[in-house]
Write a new protein. Structure first.
Ligand SMILES: Nc1ncnc2c1ncn2[C@@H]1O[C@H](COP(=O)(O)OP(=O)(O)OP(=O)(O)O)[C@@H](O)[C@H]1O
Ligand SMILES: [Mg+2]
Length: 234
């Protein structure tokens, strides 16, 4: 589904990713963990096309998309939810969802799509005329997920959906991620510092350090708190 080979990228002359190699199979849920500032968000931005690739390659859905623009990757089915949720604060819930429809080509918003996301998130239906900027962190996180679902992605890149969200809603986000994966067959790449959420959803995790994939963890290693604590310790 997604594969990077010796991926190098950064800002100006400063290389943050130093040769990242990893892959995700179709319908897998994989997490990327690592300390603050190691380049997790840079990796996500490079995958979606916000940060240009310096060398190496990105393959998505059988296509080399190393040089494609962000909107072209979105049209191929790559959905991206940035750190901090990235909703438009002055737009209402419903308007934010309509923006989501534009991301994936020019498909008309169908009633079916709206019903699907309102079925996933009844809270958003109740608040559909409320401006996103006045909502709680948890509600904004739900809206960011709903907006991406409207564009029918085959892969979702989640950058720290738990940020600014209270624990019971983090668990709900985990349930939603599992449901999206099981019901809709969406492949998930999750960047997280919240190990509880990583343990709740992922089959495999990569630890990123110094711009490289330093470790690959299976389910048992992810669930071993001593291992994750040691790998994430400063
Ligand atoms: N636009 C930018 N211009 C220059 N440097 C940047 C830019 N964005 C990020 N960086 C730097 O790149 C490095 C990696 O940042 P990045 O945001 O990818 O880390 P992260 O692992 O997502 O951190 P966090 O856990 O805090 O979200 C940091 O040193 C950061 O200061
Ligand atoms: Mg980040």
């Amino acid at each position: 589904m997604l594969k990077t080979v010796k991926l190098r990228a950064g800002y100006g002359k400063v290389m943050i990713l130093q040769g990242v190699d990893f892959h995700i199979g179709k319908k897998e849920i994989i997490s990327i963990i690592g300390r603050n500032g190691v380049g997790k968000s840079t990796l996500m931005k490079t995958l979606i096309g916000e940060v240009p690739v310096s060398s190496g390659s990105i393959e998505f859905a059988g296509k080399d998309c190393t040089k494609l623009k962000a909107y072209e990757r979105a049209q191929l089915g790559m959905g991206y939810i940035p750190q901090g949720h990235g909703v438009f604060p002055l737009l209402t819930v419903e308007e934010n969802l309509l923006v989501g429809q534009c991301i994936n080509g020019n498909k008309q918003t169908t009633k079916k799509h709206m019903e699907l996301v309102y079925d996933y998130f009844p809270r958003l239906k109740e608040r559909r005329t409320q401006r996103a900027g006045t909502m709680s962190g948890g509600e904004r996180a739900m809206l960011s997920i709903a907006r991406i679902l409207i564009g029918e992605p085959s892969l979702i890149l989640f950058d720290e959906p738990s940020e600014g969200v209270q624990p019971n809603i983090v668990e709900l986000i985990g349930e939603i991620i599992l449901k999206i994966n099981a019901d809709l067959g969406v492949t998930i790449l999750l960047v997280e510092q919240n190990i509880g959420l990583v343990q709740q959803v992922s089959e495999k995790a990569y630890v990123i350090d110094k711009g490289l994939i330093a470790h690959e963890l299976d389910k048992a290693m992810i669930n071993d708190n001593e291992t994750t604590k040691r790998l994430l310790a400063v």
